[in-house]
Design a protein around this ligand. Structure first.
Ligand code: MG
Length: 340
């Protein structure tokens, strides 16, 4: 059995719409695609690198090269390789996720099974994804909500100056359920209580990351008052964070780029279930590779926010088919005209 042959391809996603959050705005997302080849199989992994998380294309490629993934062969145990990856150096979670996703895709193809079957999941396509709309003028937010015909749930970014105007604008064009993501944007308990009361009346279903990530006490106090469940995103990165989330939130948002990939995501899901936490599977701006890897867990979670392929103008992979807002694919395929 030969050693793994790998290629690292830096790639920049052009966003269809400028992505505006409470803290900053951008029009591109850097990424690194990891290709593993055997004589018969090509398996893909991906690191998506929103700049505020601190990893870069250079740091990801350097990490994977230093780790020397090519010293392994396709018959080596996935658990062993992933354990070595995580212990090789701290942090570098997106680089680790790229390796994890590529190896899971490789092992699934070698075994002739789907990613779902690899995790013992036998129902494949279940939950509809939300479609994310960033902070913008009420007019633009309403027109984005109108354009999102293929999606049954919307996720609106809040924490800017015109939160209520944006939600009212969305409500003027659709009655679809809304998730809101404050991205740490609320500054006082009083403000957060008032906003969550108002949002509950507007058909909002949940609130993600209302306060700065370290404000667990304030979040716990808001949880007592808020009619809407609170979900941790920035506060909850990896498995080691899950237990303390139960003190402050009703749910967590698991993302492969934060938690080093599918193996750890599966562990976070089981621990969250034991703690009675609700689970959202989320994503950064990602191509179909990481999106479909995350969607593997759809049957095990409560909410899905996996809309990356619809936010990117130059996804090198085919956009997954959607049915009633549900992603209907399990493995990524390169677009026929793309040569990577
Ligand atoms: Mg979030």
């Amino acid at each position: 059995m030969g050693n793994l042959k790998i290629s690292l391809i830096p790639y920049t996603y052009q966003l269809k719409h400028s992505f505006n959050l409470a803290i900053y705005s951008r029009t591109t997302t850097p990424a690194v695609l990891l290709k593993i080849q055997t004589p018969d199989i090509t398996a893909w992994g991906e690191a998506s690198l929103p700049p505020y998380l601190g990893e870069t294309q250079e740091s990801v490629m350097s990490f994977i090269n230093r780790f020397n993934l090519e010293r392994f062969s396709e018959s080596d145990s996935l658990e062993t390789i992933l354990h070595e990856v995580d212990n090789f150096e701290p942090n570098n979670t997106a680089a680790k996720a790229a390796i994890d996703i590529a190896l899971h895709n490789l092992k699934a193809q070698l075994g002739g099974i789907s990613l779902q079957q690899q995790f013992g999941i036998h129902t494949e396509f279940t939950l509809p994804t939300s479609y994310t709309i960033g902070i913008d003028s009420p007019e633009n937010v309403a027109s984005r909500a109108t354009e999102a015909k293929d999606f049954n749930v919307l996720k609106i970014k809040l924490g800017g100056a015109n939160d209520r105007e944006m939600i009212a604008a969305v409500r003027s064009v659709t009655d679809k359920p809304i998730y809101v993501d404050v991205n740490q944007g609320w500054k006082t308990l009083d403000q957060a209580e008032k906003e969550s009361d108002w949002l509950a009346k507007m058909g909002v279903v949940l609130i993600e990351q209302p306060f700065p990530k370290d404000w667990l006490e304030e979040t716990a106090r808001l949880r007592e008052k808020s009619p809407l469940p609170l979900f941790a995103d920035e506060s909850c990165q990896r498995l080691a964070d899950v237990e303390k989330m139960a003190q402050a939130f009703q749910g967590i948002n698991i993302k492969l780029m934060k938690c080093t990939g599918m193996a750890e995501a599966a562990k976070m899901i089981s621990l969250a279930r034991k703690l009675n936490l609700k689970i959202m599977m989320g994503s950064m701006t990602e191509s179909s590779v990481a999106t479909l890897a995350a969607n593997t867990f759809a049957p095990l979670v409560d909410f899905i926010d996996l809309d990356g392929p619809w936010l990117i103008a130059n996804n090198p992979f085919e956009t997954p088919k959607l049915q009633g807002g549900v992603l209907m694919e399990s493995s990524p395929k390169l677009q026929p005209e793309v040569n990577l």
